[in-house]
Write a protein that binds this ligand. Structure first.
Ligand code: MIC
Length: 646
């Protein structure tokens, strides 16, 4: 039977289960990726497992998020991560070397391998034909310890690409078109596989852009075939030998289909404050722009930055705005510099920052009050920039450069009146420099793990009680992102290794009283709408509420990674059997889940909830393994009870 590419790769990594969409499977992991914002906790979790050395082919730890050193905290965490990476056989990419996704693509990615990363944008590696999946830190720590990764078997959605992108339109517009069509929950439970004649017209880095923001569709992963363009990128990185051709079989079928004619796409833009709020740029033309940011997690490759350089060549950005460049990696910056791009950018009035995530995660670069910020980033959830009521738009490097020159949102095709489309290609041979990567040591016996005072012990979580009585401490609407639940930014990110401290910031953008109310309630429940917990992989959006006493979340639906994180830390992820029941529960209500422990252990899929005089049914859709985790009060408790991972 002819198979699609995603199924072929999953099949040869299958450790448990069958490839039946929705059923739990476990897959073997080849590569793991940690970054510093999620990685400190994940590394602590790995250490708690007592394994002397990682058991995957390649493990990498990147320091790319918490780059501002406003006190000892981030610097201490980086020293911890560096020492732990050296101790356990993990590659360490130093601060300033670049964003995990870009660096992994450049230096480590291998077609056909499976990568698990503690960052939702891990699927950037789709650009190299990897199945790359974002997960919570604990899941990645388990993979580092040699355990397979459990997930609901995804459907595969085939997206046929035909035609060729017109000038001034690039990879970002393709994924914005996907978001326009499918919304931020359209990819949940799916791997998106791109195929068809249009694929060959896209470079590995354009494909990486599309893969990166598959996370914004809620997709489990995205994948492209491995073809001549993949080979060309690997050769340019001096790694041609790891290339192999990979594609779906002739006549392969998919669970769902879509088709994009690249030749009719036009420049698109996601308006505030959701990545799926997409319209053609021409519809919002003329809005004054105060800040432009190019780079970070996505659109930070050589092609992207050099395209901006070529557009800005001989121009000056509008005097009222600031124009920032966050290179994806040191390598990108070195190669742009080598081709004269740095001088061009500086002379055009741009500011060049260190390679890393920076404003993409609110680590600096927040816009001013009422200012419009145009970013080539992947996310614009409310307040994520660090500014309340922010007005963040997401667009391609071409659209960002056009706004830089004209000072207002402008369809980049208008640049055609000034110059020809630069059609920048990635270099045939990059300048290579791995001096900011510390490679694994053979003998790690002399390495001491360094911990600073910012690292607090992991809290104790109690097992699931026989009957749960809890107060509804918060009721929220649809598409609540992990940024709303557990904000990031310069103030909060340094607390990622200190749960008691970070818990004080849960929901602070929308309700500063939440932590006190949750603590006072003892046991708490949160009510959510559709797609609760969309966005990042940060497990802190589960651990910190749990620390404050949250024992269950009842929603209309959950985002994949957040749901897995809830289970990992012993929070019941319940879904209203009848979505209309959402309206029957109010903040402040006391809910009782009688005999919930017995029901979970007996495999019940329907959990009755008593609210006032009425009974509401919630669904519990978790595997046997996850039931054991929930009963124990979280995966780590189970690990401690059994002396090994479940
Ligand atoms: C994000 O884009 O939200 C992040 C920052 O990369 C997160 C990771 C984090 O919260 O540290 C993600 O998407 O997983």
């Amino acid at each position: 039977m002819s198979k699609n590419l995603a199924s072929k790769i999953l099949e040869c990594h299958l450790a448990v289960g069958e490839l039946v969409p929705g059923k739990e499977i476990a897959i073997r992991i080849d590569h793991t990726l940690l970054q510093d914002a999620t990685g400190t906790m994940a590394m602590l979790e790995f250490i708690a497992m007592g394994i002397p050395r990682v058991k995957v082919e390649l493990a990498a730890q990147y320091i790319d998020h918490n780059l501002l050193q406003t006190d000892y905290k981030n610097a201490d965490d980086h020293a911890f991560l560096t020492s732990a990476a050296m101790k356990f056989g993990v590659h360490l990419s130093k601060p300033g070397n670049g964003v995990s996704h870009q660096v992994h693509l450049e230096r480590f990615g291998v077609p056909g391998k499976v990568l698990l990363g503690a960052d939702s944008h891990t699927p950037t590696a789709a650009g190299l034909s990897m199945i790359a999946i974002g997960a919570g830190g604990l899941d990645v720590a388990m993979a580092m310890a040699g355990h397979p990764f459990y997930l609901p078997c995804p459907k595969v959605m085939g997206v046929k690409l035909v035609g060729r992108l017109p000038d001034w339109v690039s990879g970002k517009d393709v994924i914005l078109e996907m978001l326009r069509r499918h919304t931020v929950k359209g990819g949940v439970g799916k791997i998106i596989e791109y195929y068809g004649p249009g694929v060959a017209t896209l470079s590995a880095t354009d494909r990486a852009t599309i893969g990166n923001m598959g996370a914004e569709l809620g997709a489990t992963s995205s994948i492209f075939p491995s073809d001549e363009r993949t080979r060309e990128f690997l050769v340019s990185q001096g790694r041609g030998e790891v290339w192999q051709a990979l594609a779906a079989d002739e006549g392969a079928s998919y669970d769902e289909y879509d088709e994009i004619d690249l030749s009719v796409l036009e420049p698109l833009i996601a308006c505030p404050s959701s990545p799926d709020n997409v319209v053609p740029v021409r519809e919002v033309e003329g809005a004054k722009v105060d800040q432009v940011l190019v780079g970070s997690s996505v659109n930070s490759s050589f092609r992207d930055l050099m395209t901006v350089c070529r557009i800005l060549e001989g121009q000056r950005v509008a005097s009222h705005l600031t124009f920032h460049i966050n290179p994806g990696s040191r390598q990108v910056l070195e190669n742009v510099a080598d081709q004269g791009g740095v001088v061009t950018l500086l002379m055009a009035g741009a500011t060049i920052h260190q390679s890393g995530c920076l404003g993409c995660i609110g680590m600096g670069q927040a816009p001013g009050t009422n200012q419009v910020s145009l970013r080539t980033f992947p996310r614009n959830f409310p307040g994520r920039s660090g500014t309340t009521d922010d007005k963040v738009y997401l667009c391609s490097p071409e659209t960002a450069a056009a706004a830089g020159i004209f000072g207002v949102i402008t369809d980049p095709r208008k640049l055609g009146a000034i110059k020809a489309y630069p059609a920048v290609q990635n270099p045939a041979k990059y300048l290579l420099d791995d001096s900011s990567i510390i490679f694994p040591l053979n003998d790690t016996s002399k390495v001491e793990i360094v911990t600073g005072p910012n690292i607090a012990p992991f809290p104790d979580f109690k097992p699931l009680p026989d009957t749960l009585q809890a107060q509804v401490v918060f009721k929220v609407g649809d598409n609540i992102s992990t940024d709303t639940i557990m904000p990031a930014g310069n103030k909060v990110l340094p607390l990622r290794s200190n749960i008691p401290a970070i818990a004080e910031h849960v929901f602070e953008q929308v309700d500063v009283d939440f932590p006190a109310r949750a603590r006072a309630a003892g046991n708490g429940i949160i009510i959510g709408g559709e797609n609760y917990g969309q966005g990042s992989s940060r497990e802190h959006a589960a651990i910190a509420p749990r620390y404050l006493g949250i024992r269950a979340k009842i929603a209309k639906s959950f985002a994949r990674i957040h749901k897995a994180n809830l289970v990992n830390f012993g929070i019941l992820p319940l879904v209203f059997k009848s979505p209309a029941d959402y309206d029957l529960i109010n903040q402040g209500d006391t809910l009782t889940l009688p005999n919930v422990r017995r029901l979970v252990s007996e495999g019940a899929t329907e959990i009755p909830i008593l609210s006032g005089g009425r009974e509401i049914i919630a669904l519990l859709d978790v595997s046997e393994r996850q039931r054991r985790e929930l009963l124990a009060g979280g995966t780590l408790n189970l690990v401690r009870q059994h002396g090994e991972c479940p």
